[in-house]
Structure formats: C-alpha cells, structure tokens
Design a protein around this ligand. Sequence first.
Ligand SMILES: [Zn+2]
Ligand SMILES: [Zn+2]
Length: 119
Amino acid sequence: MSNRNERRPDELSLDMKARILQIKWLDGHISQYDFDFLRRKCPCAECRPWIHGNGPEGVTPESVLAATGDIAGPQKVQFTGSYAITIEFADGHGAGIYTWPYLREICPCGRHGQAEKPA
Ligand SMILES: [Zn+2]
Ligand SMILES: [Zn+2]
C-alpha cells in the first residue's frame, strides 16, 4: 500500500432491507448505492462493453438497464483482494469487479459525478 489511500473505504455496510450498500470512504465521504443501481452499473465486459473495447461508448445493453439487483444475502458481497468487491446478484450475474475508483466514480450522490466525467 504505497499509493494515496483516501479513495479507499473505511467502512462498508449492507442494508438488506433498504437494499443499500453504503461505503464510508477514508476521506469521510459517504456513498449509498441502491442494489438495482449497482446491478445496472456492473463493470463487466457484458454489461459495459465499451470499457473492454467493444461497442459504442457509454451504451449499456437493454438487458442490463432492465435488470434488478437482488442480492440473496450479505455473503454474496465479497472482497477481491484489497482493491475491489464482487457482488453475486440473484439473477445469477456476478462477473463484475467493482474497484474502489469505479465505485467512487459512480457514486450517486450527485456532488462529484460531473466533475469526474466529461459531459
Ligand atoms: Zn456485468
Ligand atoms: Zn458521492
């Protein structure tokens, strides 16, 4: 761990009832992700083809936009090393590796999305 760490989670918690994944970051920012939102933002090659060099930039497949993000239980959210989490959704999808920078980038709070993403 030699790089700057403020964009790493301090605490990660799941509210299964509200269907919210909450991350408290080391810089104090709190992000709350609705499970459906997370499913639709899955970063795998199937759901975000352009990240992997396929398809038009930013075009999420219809099937992904319509997906629901049910998660059977907290054990379906797993750490991948120290840099990411993976989530096994109830629809059988679990290919996405949600890295800390990616989670921070998609934070739905609306306070920094525009600054970090070109229009
Ligand atoms: Zn995916
Ligand atoms: Zn935020």
